[in-house]
Every structure is written in C-alpha cells, then in structure tokens.
Design a protein around this ligand. Structure first.
Ligand SMILES: Nc1ncnc2c1ncn2[C@@H]1O[C@H](COP(=O)(O)OP(=O)(O)O)[C@@H](O)[C@H]1O
Ligand SMILES: [Mg+2]
Length: 238
C-alpha cells in the first residue's frame, strides 16, 4: 500500500507535485496518465527517492510505503530501492553480458551459486528465457529494444521489489513486445503493486485496475472501470 499525505515535491521554489493525498492499495495496477510535463515521472521518482541527489529538490508532507515514511531521516535509500523498483521509458542495459545485467542488483545477499537459478526464473517471468538462454554470455546491447525492455524488467524483478514503477515502459516497443509486456504486468500484479505511466488511454483502461489522471502536478481524477474512487479512504471499493 502506498499512501501520499499532503505530499508536495519541488525543485527550489517550483512545485511539481502539489499537496497530493492518495491511497494506492497493494497488488493492483494503477495507470498514471496526463500531459507531458504534468509530473508523472516525478511521481514515480519520488517513490524510490531518485531525486535525492538533485541539489534543489525538496519534499513536504509524507509518502508511506507499507506504513513506512520513506523520507524519514533514518531511511536507507538503498533498502528502499530493493522494495521499490523502477523500469524506465528507454531500456537502460549496462555494457555487460545478458546474465550480468539480470543479476546486477542482486548483491551479496543471495549466494553466487544461486544466481543462475534466479536469472532463469526472472527471465522466464518476463517471457525472455527462450530467446536468450543460449546466449547469456553475450552483450546485452545486442538484444532488440523489446528484449532489452524485458531484460531491464527482469533485472528489477531479480531484486524482489514489492512495488514496481514503470515509466512508459512500452513507448519504444513494437506492438508484439508491447502486448508481451502488458500480459506480463497482468501476471505480476498478484505479487506486486504496480504504477504504470502511459500516454495511451486505451492501454490504461485495459491493463489497469484504476486510472490516476494528473494535470500540472494535481490529481484530476482516480477512476476504476466502475467509476470515480475516493482518493484516500481506508480501502477502495472494487
Ligand atoms: N531535475 C529537474 N529540475 C527542474 N525541473 C524538473 C526536473 N525534472 C523535472 N522537472 C520539471 O518537472 C515537471 C514535471 O516533469 P515530469 O515529472 O518529467 O513530467 P511528465 O513525466 O508527466 O512528462 C516539468 O515541468 C519538468 O520540467
Ligand atoms: Mg515522464
């Protein structure tokens, strides 16, 4: 569960997100729509504290993930990013092998001898295993865009996050890869809370449990297929 309480994000004096109050329940897909520059990417980035290093970036109010205030002073940003994973608009693969990309974020918590099993498991999850199982040692940059996007998703899943943030993950993909990623996300929501930024309203309606529309950093509406939802009640009627 993600809870925004009177949450504002700003660069210096310029507020990008304005006093958002919003609940997003676990194990569901929320599509985030809105015009360019409305703050969609910022909304995702604040959830994994990706703007921490930007000098004039500041927040007011609170965001809770599983009841934990992620901006409290003693919060470990690295621990947060194991819990909240982000997939970007353009797949950013590292100049390493396919295998090394998949296990890149796994770290020492999982023994090295288990990495191969884990890699297979997440590559299967993103429907990429059959395509790459015979070339795991090749450079990830030799994959197609659609394959790279699924690879970055596999890399994120390998870390075991509860929340998945996806910023226009299909905007650079062909229809076949788009369909694959859409299908994949449906299966992932059983275990993950997903925020999916998209420009395609049809896609938002078909994949998501609810659609969050934002405009100029403010919430315009939160709807599920059956109508408008309250922004911050204890639970959402589904
Ligand atoms: N690092 C930054 N410094 C200053 N302004 C920024 C920065 N990143 C984003 N913005 C501004 O925040 C606003 C929202 O951007 P963004 O969240 O990327 O919108 P969207 O993803 O909806 O297109 C834009 O006006 C953008 O210029
Ligand atoms: Mg954006």
């Amino acid at each position: 569960m993600i809870q925004f309480r009177n949450f504002t994000a700003a660069f210096g004096e310029r507020k990008i997100l304005h006093e958002l109050t919003l609940n997003l329940p676990a194990n569901s897909i929320t599509a985030v729509i809105g015009a360019s520059g409305s703050g969609k990417t910022t909304l995702l980035r604040v959830l994994c504290r990706m703007n921490d290093r930007i000098e004039n970036f500041r927040v007011e109010g609170t965001v809770l993930v599983d009841g934990v205030d992620i901006y409290r002073p003693d919060m470990d940003a690295y621990a947060l990013r194991r819990k909240v994973g982000m997939v970007f608009q353009k797949p950013c693969v590292f100049p390493k092998s396919i295998f090394d990309n998949v296990v890149f974020g796994v770290g020492r918590k999982i023994p090295k001898k288990e990495h191969a099993n884990l890699a297979e498991q997440v590559l299967r999850e993103v429907f990429l295993w059959e395509e790459v199982k015979d070339r795991l040692g090749e450079k990830a940059t030799t994959l197609s865009q659609g394959q790279q996007q699924r690879l970055t998703l596999a890399r994120t899943l390998a870390v075991g996050p509860e929340v998945l943030l996806m910023d226009e993950p299909t905007s650079s993909l062909d229809p076949k890869s788009t369909a694959a990623v859409e299908k994949l996300v449906q299966s992932l929501k059983k275990r993950h809370t997903i925020l999916w930024v998209t420009h395609q309203h049809e896609q938002a309606q078909s994949i998501a449990d609810r659609v969050l529309a934002i405009e100029k950093g403010q919430i315009l509406s939160l709807n599920n297929p059956r109508g408008q939802l309250p922004l911050a009640s204890a639970s959402h009627p589904e």
